[in-house]
Every structure is written in C-alpha cells, then in structure tokens.
Write a protein that binds this ligand. Structure first.
Ligand SMILES: Cc1ncc(COP(=O)(O)O)c(C=O)c1O
Length: 431
C-alpha cells in the first residue's frame, strides 16, 4: 500500500459558480456549491436567502469524550486557581516562567502608560512603531538570521506564510503531525500538498522523488507540540537543497528551550541563518508574552512584507506586548532561566524513569504520557486535578486517533518539590 497521502487542494475561485448560474440563465436560482467553487460573489447571490435560524444543526454532534471546555483558571506563574482550588500548572507553554517576570511586566506597564492599550492599525497603515523594528532586529541577531518579521500570532504567521509562498506550481511536503496552523496554512494555499509519515525521512525522500515540482517547500514543526520530539533539521535542509527548495520550520516550542542557550533547534543543528531556511517562532510560549515572528534572508522577509496577508490586513501587536517580548528576550539571553528549565526537564525524566512511568522519547519540556483511550486520559487528568496538579488530557483531533495522552509541560518556574510530587501522583494514577 502506498503510504503517501497526496492531496491537490483546489484554489478558491468564484468563476465556476458564475458560469453555472449564467449557463442556467436564471439569476434567481440558488447556486449549487461544489468544490472548488466555494466562494460566491455577493452579486451572484439569490435575493432571498433561507432563514439561517431554523432547526438545522450547523455543527455535527460532539461525543462527550471529545467535548472541550474552557478551564476558567486564574494564573499566577505556575500556580493556577480553578473553581477555587489551587493547583500547580503543568499544562502551560510559559516554559521559562517569563509571563510573570518583573522585568517583563514592568516593560509592558511602562509602554501601556506611554502608548496606550492598542496599536490602532495594521503596520502598513499607521500601526508601526520603532519598537517593532528593534524587536525584529534583536530576534534576528539572536537567532542568527538576516531578518525577521513580527506577526500577530503563530497561527496568523503560518496561515499567511504558506499561502504567500505556495502557488499552484508549488508542492508542500508536510509532516503528518504538523501543528494545525501549518495544516490550515497549507489548505489556504494553492499548492499541491503531500504529507509524509511523522519524522520519516526515507518516506519524504521517496515522495519528493515522485512529486517534486518547480517550487518545493518542506514544512515541519521543529519541536513537535504534542509529542516533544524533534525534526531532523539537517536532513530536511539537505533535501530542500537537493530539490532546490526551502525548508519552513515552525520552532514555536524550541525557541527558548532547545540548545544550550535556548536559541532553538536550528542553532543546535548549525542550520540557523541557512539561506534555504525560513523559521517561525512565537512570543507567546517561552517569551511569556504574545505574538510571533518569521525569520529568514532579507530577500524572503522583504517578500513577506509585501505578501503576508495576515500581517497586512491585521491590526499590529500592541507595543506593550512587544516591549514585554523584548524584555523577556533579554532575560532569556542571560541564560539562567534556560538552564533551570533544562535541569527541571532532566529531573522530571529521572524521577519518572525511577517510577517506571511510560516516558516518550522527548528531551524537551513537552513530556507526553500516552494513554490511548480518551476516557482514560480524561480520568487521569481529573484525578491529578483532585491532587492539585493541572495537566491537560489531549485527545483527537488534536492528536491522532487512539493516542489520547496527558501532555505534561515543564517550566523553569517549577520547584523541584513540585516535580517530585507530580511524578509520585502520576505513578499512582497510571498504575
Ligand atoms: C507549533 C506551533 N505553531 C504555532 C502555534 C500557534 O502559535 P500562537 O499561539 O502564537 O498562535 C502553536 C501554538 O500552540 C504551535 O504549537
């Protein structure tokens, strides 16, 4: 059986609908929407639309084991209060504990007092500020790239980047476990999408031989968000070179956590600044703030300044958010919090191993414990909550069917005794 999954995603077009309606010669007829004619120009709309508020169910029913709910909790560092109960939070991406760092908070407060709460417009209208340029320059220099471009969030970065680069002459080779933002970015692009088995370089090679096109992009998470394992950046870059393409690496979870000084996965692999590498990082995880950035050559970044619709048509990040990110970057560069995080990860793994917990092969702060069954994961998460530990049960569709898990994330802000108590509780819950 051919394990390769190849999908040609159609570009969005309205012309088919128009043609069908015109051929029918009756503009009051309701168009039958078939792919790729999924957008209708309002001029083509029939004058009377059916009542939307009728008895039809606009969403397919959600089984109870897949239902998601907001966990209304007040966070204070790694402590979180949910329904009046205080817990230690092992479910956050605030890996370095910087969201509450005094320097970071002070920087944001100062800027909010000077500039107000919001930026007021997109950067290309009147929402730009010298602070954005400073943050971009410092991020690019720290990460070892020529240039950077700030974007509202990681989701926006990926949903803009892949359509900006992927036209109908492009093939995107995507790891099957890529983050949803890369999946949706690929869907929004006009490119041909080929998925390969998670981390399987052999299968990627085969599929590149089979589907190589004029424009080739390999698309992968760096540190994978639900598994904590890492892409083989060197091998991916070699393949990008061989096929005269580019590698798009989303290292949202590697920035601040991977490498001795937390510069991320590309620095570990000596790939930072490679002309064929475009990297995405976020400010909402290890930097404890909000927003995202894309790194690349000056030429690529200038191209994106012209073409990244999710930047062009979206209000710029508030300056106080960027001030917080810049302050957090400076704390990260000092190295103390990165070392503490890495010690905490090592401690967790050492204690978990002693207790024979079924660890996954992850050396990052994302430490999943696979349970398989949705109910088992929910139950384990509930029991941990009763014992004072906040750990998320991650279920499909966030992860593949049959791989529901506890996603434990470590932070530099955890104390050794928090980690020891968690592993003890996990041993009781898992046995
Ligand atoms: C790999 C990856 N990319 C992008 C994002 C989205 O980033 P943001 O939360 O800034 O939208 C996430 C968020 O969890 C992620 O895990």
């Amino acid at each position: 059986m051919d394990l390769l999954h190849s999908v040609q995603l159609p570009p969005l077009s309205t012309s088919g609908v128009r043609q069908k309606m015109q051929a029918g010669g009756n503009r009051t007829l309701r168009p039958v929407l078939t792919q790729p004619d999924s957008i209708v120009d309002s001029a083509d709309m029939p004058t009377s639309m059916p009542d939307m508020l009728d008895s039809r169910n606009w969403f397919s029913p959600i089984p109870e084991n897949r239902r998601r709910a907001f966990n209304q909790g007040q966070r204070q560092g790694v402590r979180i209060e949910v329904n009046g109960k205080e817990m230690v939070n092992f479910a956050s991406n605030d890996y370095l504990g910087l969201s509450t760092h005094p320097d970071v908070c002070r920087a944001a407060i100062e800027l909010i007092e000077r500039h107000g709460a919001g930026s007021g417009a997109s950067r290309l209208i009147s929402g730009d500020d010298p602070l954005y340029h400073r943050l971009e320059q410092e991020l690019a220099a720290w990460k070892g790239f020529e240039a950077a471009l700030l974007v509202g969030s990681g989701m926006l970065a990926n949903m803009g980047l892949l359509p900006a680069l992927g036209n109908r002459h492009t093939t995107l080779f995507c790891d099957r476990l890529n983050h949803a933002s890369l999946v949706d970015g690929a869907r929004l692009s006009a490119a041909h999408v080929v998925r390969f088995k998670h981390l399987d370089i052999k299968q990627l090679k085969k599929s590149m031989q089979k589907y190589a096109s004029e424009r080739t992009l390999i698309v992968s998470d760096g540190v994978f968000s639900m598994d904590g394992d890492c892409a083989n950046v060197g091998a991916l870059l070699k393949l990008a070179e061989k096929y005269d393409g580019l590698l798009i690496l989303d290292d949202a979870h590697g920035f601040g956590t991977a490498g001795k000084d937390g510069r991320g996965l590309s620095s570990v692999n000596g790939a930072a600044g490679h002309p064929r590498l475009i990297e995405i990082g976020t400010c909402g995880k290890a930097l404890g703030s909000y927003g995202a950035f894309i790194l690349g050559s000056s030429e690529i970044i200038e191209g994106l300044r012209q073409r990244l619709r999710t930047m062009t048509y979206s209000t710029a990040l508030p300056t106080h958010v960027c001030a917080a990110s810049l302050a957090a970057l400076h704390v990260q560069q000092d190295g103390t919090v990165v070392r503490k995080l890495q010690q905490n990860v090592a401690l967790f793994r050492q204690l978990a191993e002693q207790l024979s917990l079924p660890l996954s092969p992850s050396s990052t702060p994302i430490q999943p414990l696979l349970l398989g069954d949705d109910h088992a994961a929910l139950q384990a998460s509930g029991t941990l909550a009763q014992r004072g530990f906040f750990v998320s049960a991650i279920r499909p569709p966030t992860v593949p069917e049959g791989t529901a898990r506890l996603r434990i994330t470590l932070s530099a802000a955890h104390k050794e005794e928090d980690i020891a108590a968690l592993t003890q509780a996990l041993a009781e819950v898992m046995n």
